[in-house]
Design a protein around this ligand. Structure first.
Ligand code: HEC
Ligand code: HEC
Length: 233
C-alpha cells in the first residue's frame, strides 16, 4: 500500500514546475501558486463545508508551525504526510479488514527546485499570526522511553486511532506523527494537542482536555521517535 502511494507521488512530482522569481515579486507569486489548494491568509473559516472541501491544509500560520529546514527540504522532495490525504473520507475504501486507503485516488505534491524552495520558505516563515498562542506554552523538551511513550500514545491517550507513530502502525485519518518532531516546532505540537480548535476552528482532531504534564509526555514521545528516524522506518 505505502509503495503505491510513494510511486504515485513520484510520478506527479515533476508535473508542476515552480521556480524562483525576483525577490520583490515572490510573495505575490507564492500566494497565487499555492492558493490554488491552500488557505494563504487568515483567519481560518468556521465553516464545516469549507473544511470538507478544501484542497490542502492552511499555510497562513506556517511560521508558527514548521521548522524552516524541514520546510525547505520537503518543498523540493515532498513525501506524504497525511496517509489518506487532507480529508480521509474522500480517500478511504472498504478493505477486507475494514477501511483502507484508496491510494489510486491520491496525487503527489508539486515539487519545486532549490532556489524556489528557499524563496518560498523565506516568505512562508514570515507568516506568524499565532505567536501569542505559542507564547502561552512553557515546554522544555524532556525524555520518555519509547516503550512507555508508545503505550501512552496508543493505549491511554488513543492517538493511534488517527495517527501513525511508525510508518507501519496507527490510523490514517490524521497527519503521520513519526516525523512530527523533525517537521514541527515543539511549542506548536504542545499547543495543538492542548487546543486544536484554537489553530483550526473546524479541525478534525478532538480536544482531549489533557493536562500539561500529559501533553508534555506526548510531545516527549514524538521527540523520542522523531530523533531516531532510521529506527522508526
Ligand atoms: C494541487 C493542490 C496543491 C497545490 C497547488 C499546492 N499544494 Fe501544498 N499541499 C496539498 C495537499 C493535498 C497537501 C497535504 C499533503 C499531505 O499531507 O501528504 C499539501 C501540503 C503542503 C504542506 C504541508 C502542510 C501541512 O500542514 O502538513 C506544505 C508546507 C505545502 N503543501 C506547501 C505548498 C506550497 C508552498 C505550494 C505553492 C508553491 C503548494 N503547497 C501548492 C496540495 C497542494
Ligand atoms: C479522531 C482522530 C484523531 C485523534 C484521536 C487524534 N488526532 Fe491529532 N489530528 C487529527 C487530524 C485529522 C489532524 C489534522 C487536522 C485536520 O486535518 O483537521 C490532527 C493533527 C494533529 C497534530 C498536528 C500535526 C500536523 O502536522 O499538523 C498533532 C501534533 C496531533 N494531531 C497530535 C495528536 C495526539 C498526541 C493525539 C492523542 C492525544 C491525537 N492527535 C489524537 C486527528 C486525530
Amino acid at each position: 500500500m505505502r509503495k503505491v502511494i510513494a510511486l504515485g507521488g513520484a510520478a506527479l512530482m515533476t508535473a508542476l514546475s515552480i521556480t524562483s522569481v525576483r525577490a520583490a515579486e515572490a510573495p505575490a507569486k507564492i500566494q497565487k501558486d499555492c492558493a490554488v489548494c491552500h488557505q494563504m491568509s487568515g483567519p481560518a473559516s468556521p465553516d464545516l463545508a469549507a473544511r470538507q472541501t478544501r484542497k490542502g491544509p492552511p499555510l497562513f500560520f506556517t511560521g508558527n508551525k514548521f521548522r524552516r529546514d524541514w520546510l525547505e527540504a520537503w518543498l523540493q522532495k515532498p513525501t506524504r504526510i497525511r496517509p489518506a490525504g487532507d480529508f480521509a473520507p474522500d480517500h478511504a475504501a472498504k478493505g477486507p479488514e475494514g477501511d483502507a486507503v484508496d491510494a489510486a485516488s491520491l496525487s503527489g505534491h508539486p515539487a519545486v527546485d532549490a532556489p524556489a524552495a528557499k524563496q518560498i520558505a523565506d516568505y512562508l516563515m514570515t507568516l506568524t499570526p499565532n505567536t501569542a498562542l505559542l507564547a502561552k506554552e512553557d515546554y522544555t523538551p524532556g525524555r520518555v522511553s519509547a516503550r512507555i511513550g508508545a503505550m501512552d500514545f496508543v493505549k491511554f491517550k488513543g492517538c493511534s486511532g488517527c495517527h501513525k507513530d511508525t510508518p507501519k502502525y496507527g490510523g490514517f485519518s490524521g497527519p503521520e506523527l513519526h516525523t512530527a518532531w523533525q517537521r514541527l516546532q515543539p511549542p506548536f505540537i504542545v499547543s495543538y494537542i492542548r487546543d486544536p480548535a484554537a489553530w483550526e476552528p473546524r479541525t478534525l482532531m478532538p480536544n482531549k482536555h489533557l493536562n500539561t504534564a500529559g501533553i508534555h509526555k506526548l510531545a516527549n514521545y514524538l521527540r523520542t521517535i522523531g530523533e531516531k528516524p532510521e529506527k522508526a522506518k
